[in-house]
Design a protein around this ligand. Sequence first.
Ligand code: AMP
Ligand code: GLY
Length: 419
Amino acid sequence: MKILVLGSGAREHAIITALAREEPRHEIVAAPGNAGIAEDAAVVHLDPNNAGVVATYALEENVDLVVIGPEAPLVAGVADALRTRGIPVFGPGKRAAALEGSKAFAKRIMQAAGVPTGSATRAASQAEVSEALDTYGAPYVVKADGLAAGKGVIVTGDRNAAVAHADFYLQQGTVLVEEYLAGQEVSLFFLSDGNTVLPLSPAQDYKLLLDEDRGPNTGGMGAYSPLPWLPDGFVQEVLSTIAEPTVRQLANEQTPFVGLLYCGLILTERGVRVIEFNARFGDPETQVVLPRLTTPLSGLLLAAATGSLAGHDWPEFSDDVAVTVVLASEGYPEAPLTGRVITGLDSASAVEGVTIAHAATATTAAHSGAVIATGGRVLSVVARGAHFAEARERAYAAMGKIFLEGGQYRTDIAARVVS
Ligand code: AMP
Ligand code: GLY
């Protein structure tokens, strides 16, 4: 197959790595990719958010399948443009992608589908925010009602901080004030063809910048999979009480969801609750889910894209475990310093069980072909092992060989599952 993957993060590198290990080989093209992706796929420099440009390229180059990695092209309607032209695409259209792009839309769908989630109040003014904060009490949860790259949410015991956060996002639109949910978080991905839904293996993401869950919210600083502490039947329960009703509701509203339904869940004392939906693979969770997938990924993505998941078995996974640790630039998430050289990548990937998924990396002539950091989350070190102690040891051994001035990473990823 000729497969075009849109995006340039470690998630897209992990998707490409999974596609590239299949036999017979695929022809894989990434747009725009990064320095690591360029070693595993052809890269083309087209704007992944420009629907017309992507559709024209896919038609002219006879692409068999387009896989959309990030949320921006989905919200920009790139999947719609491809689908209209008859090109198989893994990723929902603009209207279904609002499940991620609009928290208010997601809450409405959940309500209509009877999906368990926390209570939330939409507020358009400071007075409404203030009233809702007092209704729910501390800890306070305030969210921007649009895409905010992981920065739109505050969870705080400090009422003034919650008010200030709400004031900032009220300048751009409405905000949601939510009931605080306490418990372990789970990211569970589902492949959907618009009707049939199949689960992947659960993962846990570490969203805060610093060890022991301190510091600001980020896009995700590490992850591990599977989750040995989940109750039996958890995946089946989420499939039948959350993923299937959501996909059915969207289908009933003529906004079929074709692509990856990312369920961000909290396991509360009163049962599982949805905190958010995303309309695409999670980053960094994908880096620990896909390496363990033993069912060929291309077949699953194409079946989802062409409405033929019915009758497929659940995707299968190997028995080992995976841990990923994200390396971020100095200043991330507020103001990452970029342009610095990264060294030690070859010795890091030589560590047994380790691969490097590149994110914000590029090679530059100015540094005679060296790899430099071009953004906040620079790369993910991914390690597999027979158990979590082994995978962690490998991940941190590899991270120890990489040098990036001012680079930051958490040292406690998956520590809680090492007994
Ligand atoms: P979101 O962007 O909605 O995924 O929120 C980012 C993070 O904020 C989540 O991963 C949770 O850790 C936290 N969070 C969001 N909503 C809630 C909530 N209602 N209760 C507790 N924590 C939350
Ligand atoms: N890891 C969180 C996300 O992908 O949204």
